[in-house]
Design a protein around this ligand. Structure first.
Ligand SMILES: *Cc1c(COP(=O)(O)O)cnc(C)c1O
Length: 499
């Protein structure tokens, strides 16, 4: 299996190990497999009897052909070992009628990014060997909160990799800050910067594009790499849990072999929902994909009109991981629907004008499978309340956006349509405890402070704080430094002095 860029009509090929090491294609495009492998009905039947790590190794094996099955299985067993949980690493929960949630947050940071970031570092470590790389990889991350912690936890103590995370000193929540500054591991570094997320992001991008930095790092034995969500190494592991959810529906008798499910995904960068689309292309019986957005509904508009326009107000919402105006992974869908040449044109227009309009045939093809809905702040809060009161299901703010949109989608279906609808649940409610608590009380009670909100939520709902978020107050803070963005390169170099 080889890969090619979404912007390269000449189809230059790369191996899976190269793709994972490089992250982004040299022309600025994203990597896609040259063909989509298939998953037969017989294979799906067999997967039903397998554990999550085995399901993951078998599905990944179809895409990552530079890796042996034994390597993948060993990595998946390590990555998904927390899955002592019933249902494995990604349990499917029946909420009511034909509605299910696929809980993707039982990993070490209680957020769905763990599903990819627990396995990708291991794949990168092997990719260095497979591509004959003699240097160590240095991962640089600018984070507004969630990705930083998931990446730190994923790369902690991984062979031949160091990771450094920059976050805006006043731009992350108290819980997120504590999660990062108490990070353990011998190859990690966390640094706050004066400024906002964009300052952190700009600082990291500058380092990535500075040839002098590359040379200095090279002389210290390091090559830069990224943990960004456009890396195929993050996307491929996300295909697995949709296959796994289908197997679980089969195993419980909710559907029979060959019957379809619908999938609804709270979406930001379009990575998670695109993984579901790949699963569908492989042959998994997914009927329809529902793209759920918050008030930043650029994708809802795109799916309704064919025009993607990022020139609009940016809203800070209670589902911050979906506060995004450029959904990078949409480029992969465009490439499959419109081809490389037209995609390169759309992306050029996005860069120059902040907008593009796809051709009618492209929109028609996409809309056959995707529809977009959005939920504003009031509807999101009301949904959290409704699901807890009516079904005893406690959803986080992002999952609530998904549930609200799933409701709108169901209303569009003919009466009596009982196709199972699986909503991706992307974070533990405790990650956003203050907003969830406030929603449950209809805003009549506010938490004392962000950390107390966890205890208050546990008390009010009779649910348990997940282990990654317990005892945050008592942990030892290791990283306290706050620097100016201009000092980032120096900080990176000193982290890369030979030990
Ligand atoms: C990252 C994230 C999302 C959005 O996922 P994409 O793959 O970027 O669309 C949704 N919810 C949570 C909690 C996230 O962390």
């Amino acid at each position: 299996m080889l890969y090619q860029s979404t912007r390269d009509p000449s189809h230059k090929k790369y191996t899976s190990a190269q793709v994972i090491k490089m992250g982004l294609a040299p022309d600025g495009g994203l990597f896609l497999p040259e063909t989509i492998p298939t998953l037969t009905a017989e294979e799906i039947r067999t997967l039903c009897g397998d554990s999550y790590p085995v399901r993951a190794a078998k599905v990944l094996g179809k895409f990552l052909t530079d890796y042996t099955y034994e390597e993948l299985l060993s990595d998946c067993r390590e990555a998904y070992k927390e899955a002592s949980f019933p249902g494995g690493a990604a349990p499917l929960v029946h909420v009511h009628d034909a509605l299910y949630t696929l809980e993707l947050w039982h990993g070490p940071t209680a957020a769905f990014k763990d599903m990819a970031l627990q396995i990708m570092p291991r794949l990168l470590s092997r990719a260095l060997v497979k591509t004959g790389e003699t240097r160590e990889a240095l991962i640089l991350v600018a984070t507004s909160g969630d990705t930083g912690k998931a990446a730190l936890e994923g790369y902690r103590d991984v062979d031949r990799v160091r990771i450094m995370v920059f976050y805006p000193v006043d731009g992350v929540s108290r819980v997120q800050k504590l999660q990062m500054t108490t990070q353990t591991g011998s190859n990690v570094q966390v640094c706050a910067i004066h400024g906002n997320f964009d300052d952190a992001q700009t600082g990291v991008k500058k380092i990535f594009s500075d040839p002098e930095m590359a040379a200095k790092l090279d002389s210290r034995g390091f090559v830069l790499s990224s943990a960004n969500s456009i890396n195929w190494g993050r996307l491929a592991p996300q295909i697995v849990y949709y296959v796994s959810a289908y197997c679980d529906l089969l195993s419980t008798g909710a559907i029979r072999q060959g019957e379809a499910m619908d999938v609804c995904v709270p979406t930001g960068n379009f990575g998670n929902i695109f993984a579901a689309y790949i699963a569908r292309l492989m042959g998994l019986p997914i009927r329809h994909l529902v793209c759920a957005s918050n008030q930043n509904n650029v994708l809802t508009d795109f799916l309704a009109t064919g025009t993607y326009n990022r020139n609009r107000a940016f809203h800070l919402t209670m589902s911050p991981s979906m506060d995004i105006l450029i959904s990078s992974n949409l480029e992969r869908l465009l490439c499959l629907a419109a081809g490389e040449e037209r995609t390169a044109g759309y992306m050029e227009s996005l860069k120059n004008t902040g907008a593009y309009t796809v051709d009618d045939d492209v929109l028609r093809d996409i809309r056959r499978i995707f529809s977009g809905y959005f939920a504003g702040e009031n509807l999101t809060a009301a949904t959290i309340n409704e699901y807890f009161e009516s079904y005893g299901y406690l959803a986080d703010t992002h999952t609530a956006v998904g549930l609200a949109c799933a409701g709108q989608y169901r209303e569009s279906l003919p009466a009596g349509d009982n196709t199972p609808l699986v909503v991706a649940s992307t974070a533990s409610p405790y990650k956003f405890a203050a907003d969830v608590f406030t929603a449950l009380t209809d805003g009549t009670e506010l938490p004392h402070d962000p950390l107390s909100a966890l205890d208050q939520l546990a008390e009010r709902t009779g649910t348990e704080i997940p282990y990654p978020l317990r005892d945050l107050r008592g942990r030892q803070v290791r990283f306290t430094e706050v620097i100016s963005p201009k000092d980032m390169p120096e900080k990176v170099l000193s982290f890369c002095e030979k030990a």
